[in-house]
Design a protein around this ligand. Structure first.
Ligand code: ADP
Length: 262
């Protein structure tokens, strides 16, 4: 009786443990697949600018190009070197975020209005260059618990995208609000543009690394599709969430939710 009972309890413990190990193995395998995919995508992205730099510099070194052609080649080399630099920066930022243990994340009182107006100030010149109006609509005293630099980076990425992919002479609104009655512990921050919007079929993958809606058009604008992946990672490091609400022809609204500071 006793022996049989303890044997059967041992058996069920073993079974549970095997189940755990199997789940762990599946998880590790998934991580490996994700890592390999990242390597493949990153190498692919790095290859184009490297090849361009190699090709154009070899041509220049071979001599014979007149000075206006040389100048054009140098400009091309410079543009690709810039792209390479931005790509490496983005990759470093993403991997730094991934290796940082959660307990090292900075959690302090962040005044959303203050950060948002700093972002508007930083991007005002870029907005002017696109004839875009930036509208700030944040009440005083809205505070989240997080990292001010991370929030700044997040809003900068979203507003920068809204300028880059939005419409010329459009309007971008940055808002923050609380819903004291329904969601007293949450703060909602949003960045809305009146640009071309994003087709629903792209939305599920929009925050994936290297994902671009229109690779050709967005490569021209300098992105490798890492911006929103970095943004999402930063938001999650502050225990927040991000989603997008968009309609083709109407515009896009990126909605962030953060825990309120208390
Ligand atoms: P990138 O770093 O190349 O700019 P992101 O990850 O920031 O890439 O964005 C991914 C894709 O989402 C972009 O290629 C762009 O097509 C689309 N996108 C991002 N923001 C907007 C927006 N406000 N309006 C329309 N499309 C957008």
């Amino acid at each position: 009786g006793v022996l049989a009972r303890s044997l059967s309890s041992l058996a069920s413990q073993l079974k549970a443990r095997i189940g755990e190990l199997t789940a762990e193995r599946t998880h590790v395998r998934q991580l490996l697949v994700v890592g390999r995919q990242f390597m493949a995508d990153a190498s692919h992205e790095l290859r184009t600018p490297v090849m361009a730099i190699q090709g154009y510099s070899e041509t220049l070194l071979a001599g014979g190009a007149d000075s206006s052609t040389s100048r054009q080649f140098l400009e091309t080399i410079h543009r690709h070197a810039d792209r390479l630099g931005r790509l490496v920066e983005d990759m470093l930022r993403l991997s730094a975020l991934e290796v940082r243990p959660a307990e090292e994340a900075i959690v302090e009182r962040v005044d959303v209005g203050g950060v948002a107006s700093a972002v508007v100030e930083t991007l005002q010149a870029r907005a002017d260059a696109h004839d875009v109006t930036l509208r700030l609509d944040v009440n005083e005293g809205i505070e989240i618990g997080g990292d001010p630099l991370a929030l700044e980076q997040v809003l900068e990425n979203l507003v920068d995208n809204a300028i880059k992919y939005g419409r010329r002479a459009g309007t971008i609104a940055i808002r923050a609000r609380t819903e004291p009655r329904t969601q007293p512990n949450r703060v909602e921050v949003e960045v809305e543009d009146d640009g071309p919007g994003i087709d629903a079929k792209h939305v599920p993958r929009l925050f994936d690394r290297f994902y671009r809606v229109d690779p050709e058009r967005s490569r021209e604008k300098g992105g490798a599709g890492l911006g929103l992946a970095i943004t999402k990672q930063l938001v999650e490091s502050m225990h927040g969430s991000i989603r997008v609400d968009s309609e083709v022809g109407r515009g896009s609204r990126f909605i962030l939710e953060f825990p309120r500071f208390e």
